[in-house]
Design a protein around this ligand. Structure first.
Ligand SMILES: Cc1cc2nc3c(=O)[nH]c(=O)nc-3n(C[C@H](O)[C@H](O)[C@H](O)COP(=O)(O)O)c2cc1C
Length: 195
């Protein structure tokens, strides 16, 4: 059976990233038929520009060559997600929210008429049948706190584009001493192995 995985790493720390190494722990245990990796720090997705936004909103037949190219770039990122059975996202908390590299990627995925639409009942996500495994790391403890603008934001965004099957693995308190870090990592690995 096909199991295609898109693995997205949002930490700036590359091989030294804890969220990435936890995500790799899960990945190494999967019988995936295809794995695509996207390191948002090494290969950052550009921030939205005025040109990009107007390209997205220009009807296909009126787009200039440059606008077609900008739309194509966003389309390709969306296709990567749609093509995956599971998207694995490894993302640390940065300054109470998500890394801006992850936000820039999300901004390219949110496209009216492509990944979401508005109906009389409100917004409706257009991505179907994609699951997400989210590995989130933080130096302190924020789970279920009102100042966690990271995990709730990611879950809400994914739901907005149609992805409601999201399994979250937390490794929290990683900067609260070595003993705590060890136990948080062990617990996160056990939780990852149980997925
Ligand atoms: C720029 C930066 C900002 C951070 N902001 C927070 C924060 O707001 N709250 C927190 O608990 N930890 C914060 N941390 C700590 C990281 O979330 C923590 O070290 C995490 O394990 C990093 O994961 P990574 O190794 O995958 O990058 C921050 C770390 C960095 C580098």
């Amino acid at each position: 059976m096909s199991h295609k995985i898109l693995a997205v790493y949002a930490s700036a720390l590359g091989d030294h990233s804890t969220s990435r190494s936890l995500a790799k722990h899960w990945l190494s245990r999967q019988a995936a038929t295809e794995v695509t990796e996207l390191d948002l720090s090494l290969n950052p997705v550009p921030h939205l520009s005025g040109e990009m936004v107007s390209a997205f909103f220009t009807p296909e037949e009126q787009k200039s060559a440059a606008q077609k190219e900008l739309t194509e770039y966003s389309n390709n990122l969306i296709e990567q997600v749609k093509n995956a059975d599971t998207v694995l996202i490894a993302a640390p908390m940065y300054n109470f929210g998500s890394p801006s590299t992850l936000k820039a990627w999300f901004d390219q995925l949110a496209r009216a008429g492509v990944t979401f639409t508005y109906t009389e009942n409100g917004p409706e996500g257009l991505i179907r049948d994609t699951k997400v495994v989210l590995v989130t790391t933080s130096g302190g403890f924020y789970k279920d706190s009102v100042i966690d603008f990271h995990e709730p934001y990611i879950k809400h965004f994914l739901s907005f584009i149609g992805i409601d099957d999201v399994t979250v693995i937390y490794a929290e308190g990683l900067n609260m001493g070595d003993d705590h870090k060890e136990s948080a990592l062990t617990q996160a690995k056990v939780a990852l192995e149980a997925i």
